[in-house]
Every structure is written in C-alpha cells, then in structure tokens.
Design a protein around this ligand. Structure first.
Ligand SMILES: C=C(OP(=O)(O)O)C(=O)O
Ligand SMILES: [Mg+2]
Length: 444
C-alpha cells in the first residue's frame, strides 16, 4: 500500500478570542483529504516560553500580525515536509532542526506548533482514528477533571486583583458531563451574586468574572457563597484552585511581591504564609505559580511546607520545558506541571514533559491560553495522554466551549468505558517515581 504523505501545506492568518492574529495551518494529504489546526496565545506569558513570531509592523494589528509565520509555513516548512509521511516525531524533529534556535524564534513557535498539531490530525486521519485515540497509542484514556476559572484578576482582568484566577474543581462528580454541570451552576450563581451586590458582571479574557473587589479574601468569600448558592458542599463537592501568576507582580530587583490590590508588599516567605492562610480558610487544593518564574529557592520552600496538602503547579516556572521540569524535580520545587503546548512548540516535546512529570510523581494540568481559537485539540490531548486535569477557562465563550463540548462528545463516544480522572489524591503528591512511564510517549 502506498503510504499517505503530506501533499500540500498552507497557512492563514486568523483571529484569536482577543481579536488578535494567530496562525492556522492546513495539511492536504496525498489522498486529497485535508486537516487544519490553529494555535493559541498567552497574555501572562513566562520569560522562558518559546517565542511567537509577530511581524512588528505597526500598520497591521498594532504590530501583532503573523504574516511572517504564515510565510514560513508556506515556504521553508512546506519545502521540508512535502512528500513526507505525517509521522509526529520525525516531523517535529524536522521543524526543530529547520528552526535551529533554542526558543523557536526564527520560524516562530506559532508557525511550528500549528504544523505540529496539523501533523497529529493528519496522522490520526490517515490511521482512521479520532485524534484522542491516536494520541493514546493504545494506552489508557481518561476524561480530564476540569479546573475552571470563576473570578479573574491579574493580566486577564485589568489587574482588579493581583491573583489571576480563582477556579473551582468539581471533586465529587463521577462523569465529565456532571462535572461541567456543577461548574455551570457555580458560574451562574456567581453572576447572580455579583449582580445583587451591584458589582460588575463583565467577563475577563477567559470568561471568568472580573469585578473590582477589596482583596483576595473577598474573592474567596464570594466563591464560598456562589458554591453554596449553587447547592454544593464546600470542599466535599467543589474545591478551589488558585492561579496566583506571581511572576506578574514580582519585582526582580528587590525580590518582593507587590500586592497592589491590598496595598502591601510581601517577601517570598510572607507570600507563602499568605497562601497557606488562604488554604486554611477555604477549600483550596491547588495553587499555580504561587511564586515568580525564577524564584527557585522560594518554590522549594513553599513545596516543602505546603506540598503535602496542596497541588503546587509550575506554569511560568516550567513553561512546559523538559529542562526546567528536570530542575524542578531535582529541587522539589513543585509537585505538578501546567502543560501548554505553545510554551514549548511541538506535540512531541509536550508529550515528553507529560511523561517525565508522571514518572516523577508530578500531576499534570493540560491548559489552554487566555487567547484561544475554536480548535478543540486540547480536549483530545487531555484525553489521549490521560492528563488528569484540564484548565480551559470559563463556560460561556465559544473558544472555550469548543473544548468542553468536544470532551462531552468524547465521553459519549466512549460510553461505558468513559472514565473521569479521579480528584487529586493529595497524599500521593510530592512523592517520586511511583507512576511509572507508559508507552504513549512514543506518539507517532
Ligand atoms: C492560561 C494562563 O494565562 P496566559 O495564557 O495568559 O498565559 C495561565 O497563566 O495559566
Ligand atoms: Mg498560569
């Protein structure tokens, strides 16, 4: 049988959920069938992320155009890939070598990831499988437990609060659909509460509410009220996660953290103590980026103190980079990793990070970006890699719903075999080496 190969590769400048340009790639296979994939873009980006290629021409989209990335796909990248089979590891290796930089800045991480994702879809299509099944490579699949933004601050909500996300985790739900229903109820209850109090009900970038509140404690008190109003037991049925996104209020010169919304400045130990107090007062089970991206010693201190009771997630800290994750494992800086494909730029490297995290006993949270497209690929990735948790944003915007609704469809497709990943077993966190490596790391 003649192998199915990549016959054409083209790309388009499309818009993301913030109305900013992003990259869509299309692969046409030798049998005439075609697939598309598009890439998201962050706002609270980490310094160590792979670099998006933006045109910098102020006359177009304020310098944010991606025509250069599109041209790279249709030129150099197409020349290197046409005629090849859509084999993930091989294609990703070609992309990395062709780019030749550490941070993928020459061709652009946006160009590279769009092609890497389209390759995964092309391979799944050629194999006659849904993408999630193709990514699983015969391994276990689970529906991810959602971690969903209800209140937003930081760079996603005009810095009304310093902390970026106040999220809920439906811990009692046994089906993905039930988990989502619980989240929708809490989101609606929060909307009612804010309206009753005359607070702004406008939504932030990821669909969480972005009201002006006195401080972080007020946000958590509101969350308690919304959860109770929606009819759930605090902690037993709905627990919380915070994305502190501390890099974005950290002053590298003094090493301190400026909580503008509370009018005070904390050192790393004080910020750690503050997070611990909040977790004593509310059912918080997970905290992301509680410290800044290069504050390594403080991370190790926080994880030693809180890692047995909280999932401590590195987002800006790890930037989905195997090298940074290795350091975090060695120094026990965290016990979980946020996985964002565009922080590293290819599916293969993303899969390697998930695999390494699992082998080290770290949990994983598969995450969208604050600027998203309607591409549901994240849902397939989370199911296919059995990622355990997913963080997409809230439940009222189509770029987020594309993923949630895809997960609902996958749950139905799996029927009785559908399994929602269990809630965090905090006693298993911060252990090491007890999850083993599975063979899905060889995604092809
Ligand atoms: C999703 C996030 O935000 P962004 O995409 O803006 O980096 C995050 O910080 O986890
Ligand atoms: Mg984050």
């Amino acid at each position: 049988m003649t192998p199915i190969t990549i016959a054409e590769l083209d790309a388009l400048e499309i818009l993301d959920s913030r109305g900013r340009p992003t990259v869509e790639a299309r692969i046409t296979l030798s049998d005439g069938r075609a697939v598309r994939a598009s890439v998201p873009s962050g706002a609270s980006t980490g310094r160590h992320e792979a670099v998006e290629r933006r045109d910098g021409d102020p006359a177009r989209y304020g310098g944010r155009g991606v025509r250069g990335a599109v041209a790279a796909i249709e030129g150099e990248i197409a020349a290197a890939l046409i005629g090849r089979e859509p084999e993930q590891r091989a294609v990703d290796a070609v992309l990395r070598e062709l780019d030749g930089t550490q941070d993928k800045s020459r061709l652009g991480a946006n160009a590279i990831l769009a092609v890497s994702l389209a390759t995964a879809r092309a391979a799944a299509l050629a194999a006659g499988q849904p993408l999630w099944r193709h990514l699983a490579r015969g391994g276990e699949v689970t529906l991810p437990r959602p971690m969903v933004n209800i209140l937003s601050g930081g760079l996603h909500a005009g810095r009304q609060l310093d902390f970026q996300d106040f999220l809920v985790i439906p811990v009692a739900a046994e089906r993905f659909g039930d988990a989502l229903e619980a989240v929708v109820a809490v989101h609606a209850a929060m909307g009612e509460l804010l309206a009753e109090r005359g607070l702004v009900t406008l939504k932030a970038d990821e669909g969480g509410y972005g009201p002006a509140l006195a401080d972080h404690r007020e946000a958590l008190r509101l969350l308690d009220e919304a959860v109770l109003r929606a009819g759930f037991a605090l902690g037993e049925e709905v627990a919380y996660a915070l994305d502190v996104a501390a890099t974005h209020f950290h002053d590298p010169a003094s090493g301190s953290y400026r909580l503008a919304s509370e009018g005070r400045t904390l050192d790393p130990a004080e910020l750690t103590a503050y997070v611990a107090e909040l977790a004593d007062e509310h059912p918080i089970v997970s905290v992301e980026d509680p410290l800044a991206e290069d504050d390594w010693p403080a991370w190790a201190g926080l994880t030693a103190r809180l890692g047995s009771r909280l999932q401590v997630i590195g987002d800006d800290l790890f930037t989905t980079s195997l090298d940074r994750l290795e350091r975090g494992i060695a120094e026990r800086s965290a016990n979980a990793v946020l996985v964002k494909m565009n922080q590293i730029g290819t599916i293969s490297e993303t899969v390697d990070v998930v695999s390494r995290a699992r082998a080290a006993g770290f949990t994983t949270v598969i995450s969208a970006r604050s600027g998203e497209t309607e591409d549901p690929v994240l849902a397939d990735l989370a199911v296919g890699l059995a990622g355990g948790q997913i963080k997409i944003g809230s439940v009222t915007q189509s770029e987020r719903l594309a993923k949630y609704n895809r997960l609902l469809r996958i749950e139905r497709e799996l029927g009785d075999a559908a399994q929602l990943a269990p809630p965090l077993a905090l006693s298993r966190l911060s252990g090491s080496g007890d999850f083993g490596v599975d063979d899905r790391v060889g995604v092809s």
